[in-house]
Design a protein around this ligand. Sequence first.
Ligand code: PLP
Length: 371
Amino acid sequence: MLKAQETVLEIDLKALKHNFEYLKSKLQPETKFLAVVKAFAYGSDAQKIAKYLQDLDVDYFAVAYANEGITLRKAGITKPILVLHTLAINFDVIIENCLEPNLYNAKILNEFIAFASSEKQNEYPVHIKFNTGLNRLGFWENDLEYVVSKVTATSVVKVKSLFSHLAASEDLNERDFTLNQINSFKAIAENFEAEIGYMPFLHMSNTSGILNYPEAHFDMVRSGIGLYGFGNSEKESAHLKPVASLKTVISQIHKIKKGESVGYNRAYKSDRLITKTATLPLGHADGISRIYGNGKGFVTINGQKASIIGNVCMDMIMVNITDIDCKEGDEVIVFDGNTITAETLADSANTISYELITSISQRVKRTFINY
Ligand SMILES: *Cc1c(COP(=O)(O)O)cnc(C)c1O
């Protein structure tokens, strides 16, 4: 493999395929698989990832916002795309691009029906979300009659699915709460079917729901983080392969005398006779937040850990290489699937893999291997 000569996010499509197949092996053969590719496919590359998954015959895609769905259509994605967070301002592009909106409250439901009607739509596919405990988006269970009355009064929309979202599927201490969510969702679905005369398909599980709650798979599952290689527990992550590796290079090495400082605000001061530092071409504008500075985060150089010293700058970080045999031009691993994973690095600053990987900014070049 080529050594990095600048900051690159290397995306391993074979790892993606492995994760997809592993997650699918947890499902009944007829259960559909929705790939969540919001936020640039969790910071990687939504177009390439979605194309690859479409070729592997994934059933559905989801994005958070309509403009992310447009990007997928431009890349030739023809499978259905669910827009998780529908906003009224985007109704026109939703219909123009055949995106399927999540309708989660009375306002958005009524406004969408009115808009689709003015666009002369018939049986436009929509998805109704119920809140079963996350208290983020969704109708409440007692809105059921209202939703039914609205969707049966028109042929402009057709309810393709009912869904909900688990609040703590990764936390087995919250098992009772999660089982409650699953049971409420079942009751909602049964009542809906009884009132409306047909059963839309049902979905509720994110990655941790797939792994921990087979009883919540229903007709489809929605996986994001698992596809990208993280399982929210050490045991599950061991079966998955991180898809993205962040690599960079040593731009310059300095020798800092005792009492001298490194970086802005002189946040690091050498307490050794000589501290050797390496300057790396990535900073908070690339997604390495300031929370990783001042000794919290670290990178790997020639197999050894080098901690980030001083404040993270916009375009650079400095790391301590006093005891590491390395030279300018050497490759640096920020995270990958073998040495330090994004989960480990995120953990060093008390955050989660989701946040670290989705933060890698668009300035960082994406490269692809094993396609
Ligand atoms: C982001 C998201 C998912 C994916 O969750 P993961 O934990 O990454 O698998 C599924 N459903 C909804 C509604 C989401 O917002």
